[in-house]
Ligand binder design. Structure first.
Ligand code: SF4
Length: 214
C-alpha cells in the first residue's frame, strides 16, 4: 500500500483531473436514484439512462411503480443485465418503501440494506449522492483502481472500503468514489489500462511492478 503522503498526492492529482464529478445516472428524486443504482449493477449508466427516461416519466415514485406487474417491468428493462432479478427486487423494494417507510427512501445504511436488491454498495451510493453523507461505494471500478494504485490492498470490496475510509480524509470520501470510477472508465480500464497516459503512473504500485525496466 502507498504511504499516507503519497496517497494525498494521488488524491490531489485525481481532484485536479476529475474535479467535482458526480454520477452519470439521471434521476429526479431519491426513489429514482435508488432504482437507477440497482439497475446499474453489471450495466452501463448510459444503458440505464436510456431505459429510465420513459420509465420514470410514467412511474415517477415508489407508489406508481406498484402499478407495474413484474412481467411489465421485466419487459421495460430487459436490455439490462440480470433484468429478471432486478425487476423482482425493485418491485419488492417499492412495496417495502410504501408499506414500511411511508413511501420515503430511508437515510441510513441499515434501513436501505433492508430493501431487496440493496447491498452495501448501492446503499453507499444513495447515501453519498442522494443524502450527501460521507460514504465510499466500492463498485468494480473503485475496487480495481484503488487496489492497483495502492490506495488499498484488499481482496474484497468490504475490506477495500474499510481501508479507503482509513486512508482518505473523510471530506474526500464521496468525491474519491467518483474520481476512481471516472479514472477506471477512462484510463485504468479493466483489461487494458492506459498506463502510458496515466497521470498516476509514477505513484501506481501496479505500474511500478509491471513497467519495463529502463
Ligand atoms: S498507471 Fe496504469 S494501472 Fe496504475 S492507475 Fe494508471 S492506468 Fe491504472
Amino acid at each position: 500500500m502507498l504511504p499516507r503522503a503519497k496517497i494525498r498526492e494521488v488524491l490531489t492529482i485525481l481532484q485536479n483531473h476529475y474535479g467535482s464529478t458526480t454520477t452519470a445516472l439521471r434521476y429526479n428524486n431519491l426513489f429514482q436514484l435508488l432504482v437507477a443504482t440497482i439497475l446499474s449493477a453489471q450495466s452501463t449508466d448510459k444503458q440505464v439512462n436510456k431505459i429510465t427516461a420513459d420509465l420514470f416519466d410514467e412511474y415517477p415514485d415508489a407508489e406508481s411503480f406498484l402499478k407495474l406487474s413484474e412481467n411489465e417491468l421485466e419487459k421495460r428493462i430487459k436490455s439490462i443485465g440480470l433484468y429478471k432479478n432486478k425487476a423482482k427486487n425493485i418491485l419488492k423494494a417499492a412495496d417495502k418503501l410504501v408499506n414500511d417507510f411511508g413511501g420515503k427512501v430511508p437515510d441510513s445504511r441499515e434501513k436501505l440494506m433492508e430493501l431487496p436488491g440493496v447491498g452495501r454498495k448501492t446503499a453507499n451510493v444513495v447515501l453519498s449522492i442522494g443524502f450527501r453523507q460521507d460514504a465510499i461505494a466500492v463498485d468494480t471500478h473503485v475496487f480495481r483502481v484503488s487496489n492497483r494504485i495502492g490506495l488499498a490492498e484488499a481482496d474484497t470490496p468490504k475490506k477495500t472500503e474499510e481501508q479507503l475510509m482509513k486512508n482518505i480524509p473523510r471530506f474526500h470520501w464521496s468525491n474519491a468514489h467518483h474520481w476512481l470510477i471516472w479514472h477506471g472508465r477512462q484510463v485504468c480500464k479493466a483489461s487494458r489500462p492506459l498506463c502510458s497516459e496515466c497521470p498516476l503512473k509514477h505513484y501506481c504500485l501496479y505500474y511500478q511492478e509491471l513497467k519495463p525496466s529502463s
